[in-house]
Design a protein around this ligand. Structure first.
Ligand code: ZN
Length: 204
């Protein structure tokens, strides 16, 4: 298979951000593939879970720990994801990797920072001796702007998919339906999503 500049691999979790990234990629690239990871997170139903003790993978309260990082931080998660994605992209002849990291609604995750992603792009490109480009279309926009971007790309049907089918809640709550989608309404991810939706609705 030849190495194609027209192909993209999207890190896809089924959440709102990666769904918008998928739509973004479909607009730009001739061929788009997705890769997903099951790392034993609470809201999915086993690899990182064995070496990490965080609120996303265990029954630990979601709060800011003594290190100053939220307990939902899974050390090394995105670094591992990108390494696997790079390996898959290499084998599939894909140049572009698209991911939903965002520094604007910064939850304190160091592996969501723009500098981390740029460093990963270099590490993958040097380490596999192939030019990879990592795109993070949501890096500098907030959740309200993410809704606006989705509206721009896919209109009401895409907004509908975001609200009905995507999943963000850290606790995996699919019982409670709000204007902004399903979720417990209390965890940091739900609050971000609810606030972003309200802000977008007000501006629209
Ligand atoms: Zn929640």
């Amino acid at each position: 298979m030849s190495f194609s500049a027209d192909n993209a691999l999207v890190l896809f979790s089924g959440g709102q951000d990666s769904t918008v990234c998928l739509a973004w990629a479909l607009e730009r690239f001739a061929r788009v593939e997705t890769i997903g990871f099951d790392y034993g997170q609470r809201h999915a139903v086993d690899a990182l879970v064995a070496i990490s003790d965080t609120a996303l993978t265990r029954e630990v309260a979601i709060e800011v720990s003594a290190s100053g990082l939220p307990t939902t931080f899974v050390p090394g998660r995105n670094l591992v994801f990108f390494t696997f994605a790079g390996a898959v992209a290499y084998r599939r002849g894909i140049k572009h990797i698209v991911a939903g990291m965002c520094e604007t609604d910064f939850s304190g995750y160091p592996d969501c920072r723009d500098d981390t992603i740029k460093a990963m792009q270099l590490a993958l490109s040097f380490g596999m001796d192939r030019r990879f480009v990592i795109h993070t279309p949501l890096m500098w926009i907030d959740k309200a702007a993410t809704f606006a971007l989705a509206q721009e790309i896919g209109g009401a049907p895409l907004i509908d998919v975001l609200l009905t089918d995507t999943h963000t809640c850290y606790l995996g709550d699919r019982e409670h339906r709000h204007a902004w989608g399903f979720g417990c309404g209390e965890c940091p991810a739900c609050r971000l999503r609810a606030d972003g939706y309200a802000k977008w609705k007000t501006a629209a």
